[in-house]
Design a protein around this ligand. Structure first.
Ligand code: AHR
Length: 551
């Protein structure tokens, strides 16, 4: 930690390090900066867990079958049945962890259906079959179980991720959870299940550390009260075999701002003794931005908006819901601290993203599939920035969901594939992983807009910064649909030698990638001209990454 005097001496506006104004044409027009970003090198917030850049792949619609799994005999290039192009794309985003098999699917899944020779695996009715439409592929309705634990762990290995498995609490006994752990983690040659695993070609234990003990216990995962679920959690999480490794149990937590759930669950866990809280690694928070009705309804179906057909008010309404993530983190964290005073338990936001009504599926018949636009990229950048700024509270987060689903990074069907604007954001933001989060102050005018006759507002320029030895990674979103934000950038406690900029933006806020136009939107490296300037112009409707190398 440097002293205040030294800190002031070292403080530099970017210009002193040979700075920088972007070549964005409006930079030349803007006489004065309207915004200011201060990065405080001497105020570290904690290390950004790579796991907040996690993913979620549920056996739902086209996520697994068609998205990840094409089958070994497919004409589509694959690695042991796994879509090769997906593997190649994902390697570029450093994916730390993937959650599977659900979601709601997890609580009707028998893991034993998905092991052993694939020709012997049973075909089951999919949990989601009720939502399937006529014309949906058969393997969406009747689960062929060709993709199970072995294939999932193989997928994780190929992309360099850790697996995060969600256990079935609603419809299987605790014993089956222990057996699944045994199948995955018992040492080579030790148990009968280790031999079963070896017979499938996986002699080495999978070493699965992260286990979700049910999904959404307040709903599809058993429809429990918080107190009932606490009893189930204790039962399931007690005396799970460890095989010499750390197991991290994630408890199903609140939906949105249900503070009462967080309080009631943790109080009931602790009623048996405060030490019981230590059996919980993380409390799962789920948050979807879905209500674009502008206050007209809270109905789950009626309130949803369209993924592709939207106006500027819809754009702002969605992003305003993105801002809510910070208050959810703060609110639940406060309640958690009242019971778990040492804050041993962290938040795991294992489902997040926008959720629109059906209609924008890249593959007709895929349920819960939508086509992400620039709006979702800005939403995702904003959310990841919030996670970055709360490293002491957020241990993991999983964007819902990886491919062919809600806020997907990729869309695929048969031999067609594209990276969505959300995928591009993950590629840009990967640079934050493992960095030291720095307190960063954004001062920028608010966006004001008319919400059907009433005035509403949200932040325009927001972001986060992290330190990686001699480099600062700064990411920021400009939510304003038409105004650039020209920001003076100040690094307190250091001076900057050089900067590179990458910007994702477009003049059309509805821009999105499709199979026919996979590169309609992609990030662009933007030249930054060294000079006596200390400003950067963040284009309207944009996500930006600046990498600043310190002297
Ligand atoms: O991500 C889609 C669904 O949303 C998940 O299955 C469930 O957990 C949530 O309600």
């Amino acid at each position: 930690m440097i002293g205040r005097r030294e800190f002031l001496r070292n403080s530099s506006v970017l210009g002193m390090g040979g700075v920088l104004i972007s070549k964005y044409p409006l930079a030349a027009l803007a006489a004065n900066a309207d915004s200011r970003i201060e990065i405080l090198l001497d105020e570290p917030l904690g290390v950004i867990s790579p796991n907040i850049y996690g993913h979620f792949s549920e056996n739902l619609g086209g996520v697994i079958y068609d998205g990840i799994w094409v089958g070994e005999n497919s004409k589509i290039p694959n690695i042991g049945g796994i879509r090769k192009q997906l593997v190649e794309e994902m390697r570029q985003i450093k994916p730390p962890i993937v959650r599977y098999p659900g979601g709601c699917f997890a609580d009707s899944y028998d893991w034993r259906d998905g092991i052993g020779p694939t020709s012997n695996r049973p075909r089951r009715t999919n949990f989601w079959e009720g939502a399937e439409v006529a014309g949906s592929p058969a393997n969406h309705k009747y689960d062929p179980n060709q993709f199970g634990t072995n294939e999932f762990v193989h997928f994780c290995k190929l992309i360099g991720s850790q697996p995060y498995l969600a256990a079935n609490v609603r419809s299987l006994p605790a014993e089956e959870f222990y057996r699944w752990v045994e199948y995955c983690n018992s040492p080579t040659g030790s148990t009968t299940l280790a031999e079963t695993r070896a017979a499938a070609g996986y002699a080495d234990p999978f070493q699965v550390r992260f286990w979700g003990v049910v999904n959404e216990s307040w709903g599809c995962g058993g429809n429990f009260t918080a107190q009932e679920y606490a009893v189930e959690f204790r039962r399931f999480a007690t005396w799970v075999p460890h095989y010499g490794m750390e197991l991290s149990m994630v408890a199903s937590g609140p939906n949105d701002d249900n503070w009462d759930w967080t309080r009631s669950f943790l109080e009931e866990i602790a009623r048996k003794g405060a030490g019981e809280l230590r059996s919980i690694y993380g409390l799962a928070l789920h948050y979807y931005a879905w209500n674009l009705s502008r206050g007209r309804t809270r109905d789950w179906d009626e309130g949803k908006g369209d993924a592709l057909r939207f106006d500027t008010v819809d754009w702002y309404e969605l992003l305003r819901q993105g801002e809510v993530m910070q208050s959810l983190i703060d609110g639940h964290w406060q309640v958690m601290g009242e019971i778990d005073r040492q804050h041993h338990i962290k938040l795991v936001v294992d489902e997040w993203g926008p959720w629109y009504r059906p209609g924008s599926e890249a593959t007709p018949g895929d349920i819960l599939e939508q086509t992400p636009t620039l709006r979702d990229a800005v939403f995702s950048g904003m959310t990841l920035d919030i996670f970055n700024q709360n490293p002491e509270k957020i241990a993991m987060a999983n964007c819902a969901q990886l491919i062919n689903c809600l806020n997907s990074l990729y869309l695929a069907h048969e031999d067609k594939f594209c990276v969505t604007p959300v995928g591009h954001v993950f590629k840009m933001y990967a640079a934050h992983q493992g960095g030291q989060a720095l307190r960063t102050i954004f001062g920028a005018p608010l966006v004001h807009y008319q919400r059907d006759g009433s005035l509403a507002s949200l932040g325009s320029l927001k972001g986060s910064a992290s330190l990686h030895e001699k480099q600062i990674v700064l990411t920021a979103v400009n939510s304003h649909v038409s105004e650039p934000r020209e920001a003076e950038i100040v690094v307190r406690g250091g001076s900057v030698k050089s900067v590179s900029a990458t910007v994702l933006t477009d003049s059309d806020i509805r821009v999105h990638n499709t199979f026919a136009q996979p590169d309609a939107i992609a990030p662009k490296d933007q030249p930054v001209t060294p000079g006596a300037f200390s400003k950067f112009v963040f284009p309207p409707a944009s996500v930006t990454k600046l990498v600043m190398t310190l002297q």
